[in-house]
Design a protein around this ligand. Structure first.
Ligand code: MV4
Length: 449
């Protein structure tokens, strides 16, 4: 097992990783930007090293600075958390070259999943259903016309190295194809430094359902069920739950088995998420894979009892999955509400000082946060200030517990998304489990304010 781990992140996930390290008896090194001098991850770690100015590009994303800190502190591993360097294959390679274990998948796996067109083809070859579309990158206009004739309209053009909804273009009819193809390529080049795009048939009103997986370094892979992530706004998830209200046990087993088989074939290790779109017919199609621990991982932890962050560390140290995770049983229902410090009018981060902060508790309630009364929310990073996770015997109990927790959560000094969550949880369609990825767009009354 590792002696000492550097945590290359900030906020609630840095604290989450600290907790896992403490439980495993591993010493911790925090890194921080000048904006985070007073942050809790700095206070709670055994050691803390300042790695640069507030801007992420000069601190949390600065590979030489992070590696220098790791070498000065003489750590044997780095946990990247989510965002920042977590899916940077070059960083994972630099870690290995510096004899530091990167707590995550291999650089090869990260690279494969970062090229969406390749990941898609690879998953199809391993037996996971994909959306009808181009067999890889579409090189030119003639190829675009040819594939469009084959699959028909509406279709969607996606940036191969994009993700998170950026660099996508919907095409509803033939006349729009070539202009959209050109625009998509230009935007992809601008945003991701690669003009590569691929084409898929458009799935209207999909639900976003993702499977949590965990692999070790000995070829074993398991899945830990799914999360329903359809409640989102502008490609930012707002609320997640597990199980999905629409997935039956047979589908869970069938798709879960497909995912496990495919990732075992690839030799995937560590935690990861395999994303699917579910069309209205009920069919699930692979869209992409996230090669990292995700924000919403606690939802899965609550229904399986598996500590995903501890598991990541243990498999990174070479332990066998069979020893790390026993047999997995799914218990009850969990929901997560992401509490962002956001201006409800502009959706821009509402930076500033938190003047009062009171966290709810009680049966089935977990709160992951690095905020505290008198903390300053800097404007440089994402606006997540807390995650409330409610677990219940069934979905109705989880919803009721979440409503209680939201009512007991006090944040003053910055604007938050708490009112939005209260409205979602009271919405008849949400309560009925009847929603898709357009739920918030369609309900201006919900998304506003
Ligand atoms: C799609 C789609 C419909 N059809 N692909 C958006 C994020 C990126 N990861 C994939 N996305 C989509 N891909 C096809 N063939 C609709 C979306 C999409 C979406 C997906 C998941 C969650 C929210 C979404 C919001 C808008 C569009």
């Amino acid at each position: 097992m590792f002696r000492k781990i550097l945590i290359a992140n900030r906020g609630e996930i840095a604290l989450r990783i600290l907790t896992a390290c403490k439980e495993l008896g591993i010493r911790t090194v925090a890194v921080y930007s000048e904006a985070d001098r007073n942050a809790l991850h700095v206070r709670f770690a055994d050691e803390a090293i300042c790695i640069g100015p507030p801007r992420s590009s000069e601190s949390y994303l600065n590979i030489p600075q992070v590696i220098s800190a790791a070498e000065i502190a003489n750590v044997d591993a780095i946990h990247p958390g989510y965002g920042f360097l977590s899916e940077n294959a070059n960083f994972a390679e630099v870690c290995e070259a510096s004899h530091i274990t990167f707590i995550g998948p291999s650089p090869e796996s990260i690279r494969l999943m970062g090229e969406k067109d390749k990941a898609r083809v690879e998953m199809a070859a391993a037996g996971v259903p994909i959306i009808p579309g181009s067999p890889g990158v579409v090189p030119d206009e003639d190829a675009a016309k040819k594939i469009a004739e084959e699959i028909g309209y509406p279709l969607i053009i996606k940036a191969a190295e994009g993700g998170g909804g950026r660099g996508m273009r919907v095409v509803r009819e033939k006349g729009e194809l070539i202009p959209a193809f050109q625009t998509a390529r230009n935007e992809a080049e601008q945003a991701f430094g690669s003009a590569n795009v691929y084409i898929e048939k458009l799935i209207e009103r999909p639900r976003h359902i993702e499977f949590q997986v965990l692999g070790d370094k000995h070829g074993s892979v398991i899945h830990l069920g799914e999360r329903e992530c359809s409640i989102q706004r502008r490609h930012q998830k707002v609320l997640e739950e597990s199980p999905s209200p629409v997935l039956d046990a047979r589908t869970r087993k069938r798709v879960g088995d497909q995912v496990v088989k495919a990732l075992a074939k690839i030799g995937y290790s560590s935690a990861g998420t395999v994303e699917f779109l579910r069309e209205e017919s009920g069919k699930l199609y692979f869209i992409e894979m996230n090669a990292r621990i995700q924000v919403e991982h606690p939802v899965t932890e609550m229904v399986t009892g598996v500590d995903l962050v501890k598991s990541q560390i243990r498999v990174a140290a070479g332990e066998m999955l069979a020893d790390v995770v026993g047999s997995v049983e799914f218990r009850g229902h969990a929901i997560e509400c992401r509490i962002n410090a956001e201006d409800p009018e502009t959706f821009t981060p509402s930076a500033g000082r938190i003047t009062a902060f009171r966290v709810p508790g009680g049966p089935g309630i977990r709160v992951d946060t690095a905020a505290y009364s008198d903390a300053v929310i800097p404007p440089y990073y994402d606006s997540l200030i807390a995650k409330i996770i409610a677990h219940g015997h069934d979905r109705a109990e989880a919803i009721a517990r979440m409503q209680g927790a939201l009512g007991g959560f006090v944040v003053e000094g910055v604007k938050t998304t708490i009112p939005l969550h209260k409205r979602i949880l009271a919405d008849p369609d949400f309560i009925a489990g009847n929603f898709d990825t357009h739920f918030l767009d369609r309900s201006p009354a919900l998304a506003a304010k």
